[in-house]
Write a protein that binds this ligand. Structure first.
Ligand code: RNT
Ligand code: ZN
Length: 418
């Protein structure tokens, strides 16, 4: 008997079918953020560098610059990641060329993303999209869609309108639905003297942005609690966007698990939203004391998030996207570790005796519930994971793929200027 067959039997004795788990795992796409590859810099400005509510730390050598390098690195990473993948793009990753000359973000159009669409087609990837409302001189006093300066607000409204159009065209080209997620950095470092005005302006901006319905677009707004530099007030708070989404069918509140008070958990928010929303987009990250966007690891809260998705039959409702960017380690390994950890957590959730656990809770058998949950933690999931990688023709052994990344670092990354 192989190790997988032994594990299969062990899970079967608890009523868990590993084959069903593997099938479901292989069908669930993970949207992998392009911005881990270049520290959220994008291609649309010479100065580069992340700013305005986004901060990367570290200067590990070999950062991708430009479309060709980012594509090359992304391909390297996904060659070590099993399962279905989507590429999460930001508008700042527009590919300009002689055929498609530079335009500012308020004028940006689909042509600049055709190279990405071709890339997605070639490698059977989906695409998700985000307007880039940061790292740009039109962010004035830290504000975009909530700015009191009508010129500033208009610029960002137009950028978001263009971003939704681009998303629709990407969706048409790929015959798919594209998540278009709006996140803005707007807020104040110090105590505001008007908390309502910015929110009224943001509400009006959103109404203009979402005025047209696009069949290939799933719209979301990403709430946040605070950021470094905007400690006192965030315009797009969870209450604000949750209320907006609840009163605007077709617009969803995206939950980033780095955007809440440390004692709040996204695992508990998912089942709080499921009775009301047919879609819940996620940004899976690892907050260390704050929204620090550390590489996602196989940790308890991640497993708990995945458990809520699986046991509530919400695999089709919850859109899993990743949002981390660590510039202090090898960026390709960051992608691989973060995405594989996410998939492992999903597999862990798919291998739980969920029916039994629910029954135990309803029967008030909390002692047995605790025993089973603990028992499941040391089941031979690794053998199931290895079998999954084998079937997907992806290297299972971490030591082996890591050597390949080290080789790539020597051959490719270390020769770059950045
Ligand atoms: C920032 C948000 C946002 C960004 C990305 C780059 O706090 O989490 O999602 O990280 O869009
Ligand atoms: Zn996010």
């Amino acid at each position: 008997m192989t190790r997988y067959e032994e594990a299969q039997q062990q899970y079967a004795s608890l009523g868990i079918d590993t084959e069903t788990a593997l099938k479901k795992l292989s069908e669930k796409a993970i949207s992998i953020q392009c911005w881990q590859g270049d520290d959220v810099r994008g291609f649309d400005s010479k100065e580069g560098g992340a700013g305005n509510g986004i901060a990367t730390t570290g200067n590990y050598p070999g950062r991708a610059s430009g479309f060709e390098e980012l594509k090359q690195d992304y391909l390297k990473a996904i060659s070590m990641i099993p399962g279905k993948k989507r590429i999460n793009l930001h508008a700042a990753y527009a590919v300009f060329s002689d055929a498609c000359p530079w335009t500012d973000r308020d004028q940006i159009s689909y042509e600049a993303f055709i190279p990405w669409v071709n890339f997605a087609k070639e490698y059977e990837l989906g695409i998700d999209f985000n307007p880039t409302c940061f790292s740009h001189p039109m962010v004035k006093d830290g504000l975009t869609l909530s700015s009191p300066d009508e010129q500033v607000r208009r610029f960002w409204i137009n950028h978001c309108i263009q971003s939704r159009k681009i998303s629709e065209q990407i969706g048409e080209a790929l015959n798919d639905q594209v998540l278009c997620n709006v996140w803005i950095p707007d807020g104040y470092k110090d105590i505001p003297s008007d908390r309502l005005g910015p929110r009224m302006r943001l509400k009006d901006s959103l109404d203009q942005i979402f005025a047209v319905h696009y069949p290939h677009v799933i719209d979301s707004v990403e709430s946040k609690f605070f950021a470094i530099g905007v400690e006192s007030y965030t315009v797009g708070s969870n209450e604000f966007y949750m209320s907006y989404a609840a009163s605007h069918p077709g617009v969803y509140n995206l939950l980033d698990n780095g955007h809440f008070h440390p004692s709040e958990t996204v695992s508990d928010k998912i089942p709080a939203l499921l009775p009301f929303f047919d879609r819940i987009p996620l940004h899976v990250t690892r907050p260390v004391h704050w929204d620090s966007d550390h590489v996602v690891l196989y940790e308890d809260e991640l497993k708990e998030i995945m458990k809520e998705i699986v046991r509530n039959d919400a695999l089709d409702k919850v859109l899993i996207g990743l949002d981390f960017f660590d510039a202090s380690i090898n960026r390709i390994a960051a992608w691989v570790i973060g995405t594989r950890s996410t998939e492992k957590a999903l597999l862990f959730a798919l291998l739980q005796p969920n029916e039994r656990l629910k029954q135990l809770q309803d029967a008030g058998s909390f002692t047995e519930r605790m025993m089973v949950m603990e028992e499941m933690k040391t089941m031979p999931m690794e053998d199931v994971w290895n079998e999954y990688c084998k079937r997907q023709k992806i290297e299972a052994d971490d030591e082996v793929w890591f050597k390949e990344i080290q080789q790539y670092e020597r051959d490719v990354l270390s020769r770059r200027n950045a």
